[in-house]
Write a protein that binds this ligand. Structure first.
Ligand SMILES: [Zn+2]
Length: 248
């Protein structure tokens, strides 16, 4: 059986630059996988304490307090999704790329042994932390595969990498190559989003986006009959070729 054929069983690893990113962009995939019994883990490289917590700063909160709030919110969202969560507290704005941080991600790869990896696209002119997280994730994935890399655990296989949809997809060279039907878990995604009051403006934005991607999913799944539907979807790009015995 190929790696891709096994991939639907999990574990699923989602690497997120900031504490909220995985919720807006991959919560549907995470909830779906968890509902099918897969182990799902969000790895947050930072809390988004400086760059994605504007409201808390305006309220006069201090750095440590903001990190604690964001940690608590993201952990609550992960629980709603049925996922585990880990924080590396590597700092944001900027999220600095380093061999040490890549090594910590390698250790997570070796520990979780993901069948699927989900992370940010490699381009985002609005937020350099996001592509930095993606680059480190990809680097760590390759290192974790090397038999000679000095980290606990077995060498990693070749888990496919999916890139989740960024906030402004056209500017990030994002094309929705994969449309994932998340209708059955959308209420769960919405509840997870509502665990993040610091970014309340995102709740409706990502609900509308799911509806729009749902329309596109239906259009790509068959002829456009103009029938009403309530399909909700998330979009992804694939980084590596799909490996399969059957074209589908
Ligand atoms: Zn972010």
């Amino acid at each position: 059986m190929t790696e891709n054929a096994r991939a639907g069983d999990g574990p699923v690893l989602v690497v997120s630059a900031h504490a909220g990113d995985f919720v807006w962009r991959a919560a549907g995939a995470m909830a779906l996988a968890a509902s099918r019994g897969a182990k799902v883990c969000a790895l947050c490289l930072s809390f988004g304490e400086r760059g994605e917590s504007a409201r808390a700063w305006r309220e006069g909160k201090k750095l440590d307090e903001i990190k604690a709030i964001r940690r608590q919110e993201a952990a609550k969202a992960a629980r709603v999704l049925g996922a585990e969560i880990e924080f590396l507290d590597a700092g944001d704005y900027p999220l600095r790329e380093s061999d040490e941080l890549v090594d910590r991600i390698v250790r997570c790869f070796r520990q979780i042994e993901p069948a699927i990896v989900i992370t940010h696209p490699l381009s985002d002119p609005y937020n350099p932390d996001h592509p930095a997280a993606a680059r480190m994730t990809l680097h760590a994935r390759v290192l974790a595969q090397a038999a000679g890399y000095d980290a606990p655990g077995e060498p990693l296989g070749a888990p496919p990498v999916f890139l989740f949809e960024p906030h402004q997809p056209e500017q990030c060279d994002f094309k929705p190559q994969v449309l994932l039907d998340i209708t059955e878990v959308f209420d769960t995604k919405r509840r997870a989003m509502e665990c993040l009051p610091a970014q309340q403006h995102m709740w409706d934005y990502y609900t509308e986006l799911a509806r729009r991607r749902g329309v596109q999913l239906r259009r790509n799944a068959g002829p456009n009959l103009g029938l009403p539907h309530d399909t909700m979807a998330e979009a992804y790009m694939r980084l590596y070729p799909q490996v399969t015995e059957v074209l589908r």
